[in-house]
Ligand binder design. Structure first.
Ligand SMILES: Nc1nc2c(ncn2[C@@H]2O[C@H](COP(=O)(O)OP(=O)(O)OP(=O)(O)O)[C@@H](O)[C@H]2O)c(=O)[nH]1
Ligand SMILES: [Mg+2]
Length: 369
């Protein structure tokens, strides 16, 4: 009954034989309702909801604690990158420094070391030089503020970047193998659920049974509904059923985990397009997001992947994971500036709380201060 046959799957490559007609094939779906799940999970997750605050002051205080926690985690996550550039930045902005060619060269070197990328670095330095000239600045420390402001400006997001979080939406999470898609789906589901949203996730990676099991584990942790099917089922069929279920249950956000795919595998890219078509056709009123997940530790490779995926899918946002595992976190700046696609979330660890909305101000401060 399935239009897909699983063929040799290696770590870097998955191939499918596609014989789909009509567009969606029937799949046998496993639906797990978060409300019927076992009580041990209830206990675990209820810890996060324990405080029922009743005064505005307390809410403000909690917000402050959250912000402090957010920044501390971000700073911790960017430790390797900060350590990598710290010496150069300190030397460049030493109070005894002149703002001369050597000064700009040192800055350039620090940014390139952090993988900000040649093009993005040149743009940043050019803008900095203009501002320094315009404002007649001679003090290197004053120049530091200008530099940080210039990067922040470049990285800041449009006001509507997170609109999908507040309206009915479908999010498709895509990328190559092992970048952190499934983990990110789990973390994102948790974040949205934590904000009172009704979330459902769908295991559209049907190539490996283990992939579904992994996502089921995340559904339990995040305490959200999950739709899955058995190994080998048509991914588009699973998505189709998930969309019907999401509409019926009045789900706020449906998040689709997909299989890792290489951009040069035509069949897999076609399959991606098809999933997109199904969602658009079956849920035209939902706000759509296509997030590409990129592994921050792969440096400039991530940039290449994003370019390739942008050719087949209308990417609405980028999620960069594993920033805690790299000394080259500046790749976030390179990706944003070269692709002109907003980085919307970053992964700073493997835990459920380790996905952060991208905050340009906090990111730049955590990196340089
Ligand atoms: N340190 C760190 N590890 C991460 C982060 N995000 C994901 N990982 C780890 O990366 C590994 C791969 O994550 P998955 O979520 O399975 O990746 P995937 O893209 O779904 O992989 P495939 O489905 O095989 O393509 C796991 O060990 C995750 O714990 C992160 O932000 N920081
Ligand atoms: Mg996965």
């Amino acid at each position: 009954m399935f239009g897909f046959k699983k063929k040799n799957i290696t770590e870097n490559e998955q191939e499918v034989t596609e014989t789909l007609n009509p567009e969606v094939e029937e799949v046998s779906i496993n639906e797990t309702d978060s409300e019927t799940k076992d009580t041990s999970i209830e206990t675990e997750t209820s810890v996060t909801n324990d405080a029922s605050l009743d005064s505005e002051t307390e809410e403000v205080a909690t917000e402050e604690v959250k912000k402090t926690g957010f920044f501390a985690k971000l700073k911790q996550g960017l430790t390797k990158t900060r350590d990598n550039i710290k010496n150069r930045i300190d030397v460049a902005f030493d109070e005894s420094r002149q703002i001369d060619d050597e000064f700009y060269e040192d800055l350039e070197e620090a940014l390139v070391m952090a993988d900000v990328g040649i093009d993005a670095t040149e743009g940043i330095i050019e803008r900095l030089k203009e501002k320094v000239k315009e404002r007649h600045i001679f003090d290197a420390r004053e120049c530091k503020k200008l530099l940080l402001d210039s990067i922040k400006e470049q990285m800041s997001l449009e006001k509507d970047a997170y609109d999908f979080e507040n309206t009915q939406s479908v999010v498709l999470v895509i990328g190559v193998n092992g970048v952190g898609k499934t983990t990110t789906v789990g973390k994102l589901a948790h974040n949205l659920k934590d904000n009172g949203r009704k979330v459902m996730i769908v295991a559209a990676d049907t190539f490996r049974a283990a992939a579904t099991e992994q996502l089921e584990e995340w559904a339990k942790r995040a305490d959200v509904d999950i739709i899955s099917a058995q190994e080998g089922a048509d991914p588009s069929g699973v998505v189709f059923d998930a969309v019907q279920s999401a509409k019926k249950k009045n789900i706020d956000t449906l998040i689709c985990d997909t299989a890792g795919r290489l951009h040069n595998k035509k069949n897999l890219m076609e399959e991606l397009k098809k999933m997109n078509r199904i969602i658009d056709r079956e849920f035209p009123d939902a706000k759509r997001e296509n997030f590409i997940v990129l592994d921050g530790t792969t440096g400039q490779n991530a940039l290449i992947q994003a370019r390739e995926f942008a050719n087949v899918a209308d990417l609405t946002g980028i999620i960069i994971t594993k920033l805690d595992g790299t000394a080259k976190g500046g790749i976030v700046v390179a990706i944003q500036s070269e692709l002109k696609i907003p980085v919307k979330y970053i992964g700073v660890g493997e835990g459920i709380e380790d996905l952060q909305k991208f905050d340009a101000n906090a990111f730049v401060d955590a990196l340089f201060e």
